[in-house]
Every structure is written in structure tokens, then in C-alpha cells.
Design a protein around this ligand. Structure first.
Ligand code: LLP
Length: 412
């Protein structure tokens, strides 16, 4: 059940009317529900309760400090994809052994940071990276725990831009090469190969590829154990999708039922890196209609939010529901809902049916808790929108609106 519901026709997040938040903060503004975050984190945690597991929340989905702190308070650990995300994790209170560090292009500085901190695992992407980790760790007289990111050549059945498990994708080491790489890596000092890592894509709604990936990586872990490599965990990444359009999708219990059989009797701890599934449905982006304009054969509803606040529709052809915040009664029209940026691709929704809005009306773009604020930009010198966290009948601004002074402070 969603925590965004209508109270007397007006859209609310938990017990707070979205119109009240827009009146106080202005638009665009991102609003998140703490209840949704709690419920969705716990749903995954509970679904995997029968097996030793750790949920490393993928900070890339939404790493605002208050969101990260909330997840930590629920027992989440962290998956960081850059030095910046490691810094955010630490500021949010995660300790290094609670952080896994992933990423296809880790710099020497980032690797050194992770090694010095002693993160739980560095998910290594290539043999070259293993050698660099080894050299950096030896120079610091320490050992780094690494997991090998495996590319299983499995089609995840998602948008090609967010598919990561095919051999033509840049991620990981080809599954057929991992045994040999491991054999060579066992001679490297300064590293301990502790796990295998896999992440085949994001917004996955068919569980079969995830199940196949789990089976492949557990089989490989068994072989490596046979070679006396002390693998203690498999990290199956993230990827579980959500329903953006209301069609049925697998839930946390289905997800666990797909993955657990592969690891059940393996003696391996299961690490997961969920992002979107927890945080996407927890967010809405509020925006104001600035214009409604008729062109021959097409009506445009122009919002004060666009690709700078939510780039998913433009980048992946993603669908997000867009709803009026207050009850609307005007006759329905078919329209394109667009943003204010000077790009024709700046379209949030195409051919949408909507009660004809008027300038000044508030709209909510739904399921924007993940990969929205974190992918925002200053294009057209637009300032980053503020973020608000609702908890019951209270709400808190967790990030203020950026100002043009904030941006220009970096410039001469
Ligand atoms: N672990 C790794 C190694 C990843 O690359 C990702 C996402 C995750 C975990 C979290 O995946 P999730 O559970 O959120 O699916 N910007 C795109 C999504 C990019 C996902 C990148 N990697 C979008 O808006 O759809």
C-alpha cells in the first residue's frame, strides 16, 4: 500500500498534504515518505530472514544524508560507488566494515581511501584493479578484502542503458576467466579474495535472470572453494524493479524465493545491494504548472520541473505517473507534459490524459525517490530542488534549495 494517498481529494504523503509542503518550500521539491522507506526495507530484510544476509543499500539511488541515516537506523549497510558516496556513508554514520565499494572506474585515490578505511569489501572489476589494490595495500602494510565482480553474460531483460550483465557491457570479469584470474590473484600479496559479486541490471521485473545469475555465481563460488579460495559471501547486487505504471511486479517475497534456493545450502553469506526497490516508491516530485499551450494538434502542459530534476524519462524512456495534487474537475485533455528546459527531449510524459490544468496548479510526478535528485543537474543554470522527509504528520526539510550563489561560489 502506498503512503501517498488522497485525503478529501488532495494528495498527501502519510499525514501531510503535499500542497502544504509546496506552499512552504516552493516547487520543484522532492518529498519522501519515511514510512515507505521503513516498510520496504523491512519487507526485503524479512523475506531473507532464513539465510545469513546483509542488505547494503545502494547509495547511488538516493544518498541524501537524512535518507542514508534513516536506512542505517533500520539496520541497512551501505553500497558506495565513489569516494563521494563513501564520504556520505561515513557522515551518515556507517562504519567502514558496513560499506562495500563498487564501481567500474575506481581511481587510485578512491582505492587508497577504501583500503585505508578498511571497508568490508572492494568489489574488484578487473585483473588490473586487483593488481592495483594489491600494490596499494602492500604499500600500506595491510590486506584488502576483495570480491570479484563477475560478468555472467546474462540478459536482464531491462532497458539497455541499465543492463550490466552482458559480456558487451563494461562491468566485471568474464565468468569463464574468473578461475584463472583467481589462481593468479592468489599469488598477489595484500589482498584476500573473500567473495564474488554480480549485478546484472536495474529495474528488473522478470526474476528468471536474477535466479540464473545467483545459480551461476554460487556454482563458481563452489569451484573456487575447491581451489582453496576462501570465499565467504556472494553479493548479488541490486536490481529488483518496481511498478511505475501499476502493472503487477514481483515483490520482496518473490525475490527471496527466486534467490534463496541457490544459496541455501552453500554456507555462503548473502549480500544484496538494493536501491530502487526501497526508495523509488517513497518519493514524489512536486511541480507547478507554468503554462498550458495549444499548438495545432497538440497541447503542452509546461511544468517548472524537467530533465534537471528527473532525467529518467529522457534517458531511458521511463514512465512516471503524473497526477494533479488537488482534486481536479476540468474536462480531460490529452497532452504532453514537458519541462522548462531548452531541449525537445525535456518531456516528462507523452500523450497523457489529464483534467485540463491551469497555470499555478500543482502536479506530482510519482515514484521519484530513486535516481531523481541524485541525477539532477544545473543545466540552464537551474538550482537543485530541495528535499523533504515526511514522517507521520510531521515533515522536515532535509536539503535546502540550492541558490545561484551556491553555484557561482565555485567560479572566478
Ligand atoms: N549494485 C550495483 C553494482 C549497481 O550498479 C546498482 C545500480 C545497484 C546495486 C542498485 O540497483 P537497484 O537496486 O537500484 O536497481 N539511473 C538508472 C539506474 C542505474 C542503476 C545503476 N546501478 C535509472 O534511473 O533507472
Amino acid at each position: 500500500m502506498s503512503d501517498f494517498t488522497r485525503i478529501n481529494g488532495a494528495l498527501a504523503c502519510e499525514g501531510v498534504r503535499l500542497a502544504d509542503i509546496a506552499a512552504a518550500e516552493g516547487t520543484p521539491v522532492y518529498v519522501y515518505s519515511a514510512a515507505t522507506i521503513r516498510n520496504r526495507f523491512r519487507a526485503i530484510d524479512d523475506a531473507f530472514a532464513s539465510h545469513p544476509h546483509a542488505l547494503h543499500y545502494a547509495l547511488k539511488a538516493n544518498s541524501t544524508l537524512a535518507v542514508a541515516r534513516l536506512l542505517r537506523s533500520l539496520g541497512a549497510q551501505a553500497d558506495a560507488n565513489s569516494g563521494g558516496e563513501i564520504d556520505v556513508a561515513l557522515r551518515a554514520g556507517f562504519i567502514p566494515p558496513e560499506i562495500v565499494f563498487t564501481g567500474v572506474g575506481k581511481t587510485q585515490a578512491e582505492l587508497a581511501q577504501a583500503i585505508e578505511l578498511g571497508v568490508r569489501t572492494i568489489n574488484a572489476e578487473s585483473e588490473g584493479e586487483l593488481e592495483r589494490i594489491s600494490a596499494l595495500a602492500r604499500a600500506r602494510d595491510t590486506r584488502a578484502r576483495v570480491a570479484l565482480r563477475v560478468n555472467p553474460d546474462i540478459e536482464a531483460g531491462t532497458h539497455p542503458h541499465i543492463s550490466t550483465g552482458l559480456k558487451t557491457n563494461k562491468f566485471g570479469m568474464a565468468i569463464g576467466a574468473v578461475r584463472d584470474i583467481c589462481r593468479r590473484a592468489s599469488r598477489l600479496e595484500g589482498i584476500e579474495i573473500a567473495g564474488l559479486h554480480i549485478h546484472v541490471g536495474s529495474q528488473i521485473t522478470d526474476l528468471a535472470p536474477l535466479r540464473r545469475a545467483a545459480e551461476a555465481i554460487v556454482a563458481l563460488a563452489r569451484e573456487l572453494r575447491g581451489d582453496a579460495v576462501s570465499i565467504d559471501h556472494v553479493d548479488l547486487g541490486g536490481g529488483l524493479g518496481i511498478s511505475y505504471d501499476g502493472s503487477p511486479v514481483p515483490d520482496a517475497a518473490d525475490y527471496a524465493a527466486a534467490l534463496l534456493p541457490a544459496v541455501k545450502d552453500s554456507g555462503l553469506t548473502l549480500v544484496l545491494e538494493p536501491g530502487r526497490n526501497i526508495i523509488a516508491p517513497a518519493g514524489a516530485l512536486l511541480s507547478t504548472v507554468v503554462d498550458v499551450k495549444e499548438q495545432p494538434g497538440i497541447t503542452f502542459v509546461v511544468l517548472d520541473a524537467g530533465m534537471t530534476e528527473l532525467i529518467r524519462p529522457m534517458l531511458y524512456g521511463a514512465f512516471h505517473r503524473i497526477e494533479p495534487v488537488l482534486a481536479a474537475t476540468a474536462p480531460e485533455i490529452t497532452c504532453d507534459i514537458v519541462g522548462p528546459l531548452c531541449e525537445s527531449s525535456d518531456t516528462l510524459g507523452k500523450d497523457r490524459r489529464l483534467n485540463r490544468p491551469a497555470p499555478g496548479d500543482l502536479m506530482a510526478v510519482m515514484d521519484t525517490g530513486a535516481y531523481a535528485a541524485v541525477m539532477a543537474s544545473n543545466y540552464n543554470r537551474r538550482t537543485l530542488a530541495p528535499e523533504v522527509l515526511v514522517d507521520g504528520t510531521r515533515w522536515t526539510r532535509i536539503r535546502r534549495r540550492q541558490t545561484i550563489e551556491d553555484i557561482l561560489a565555485l567560479e572566478t
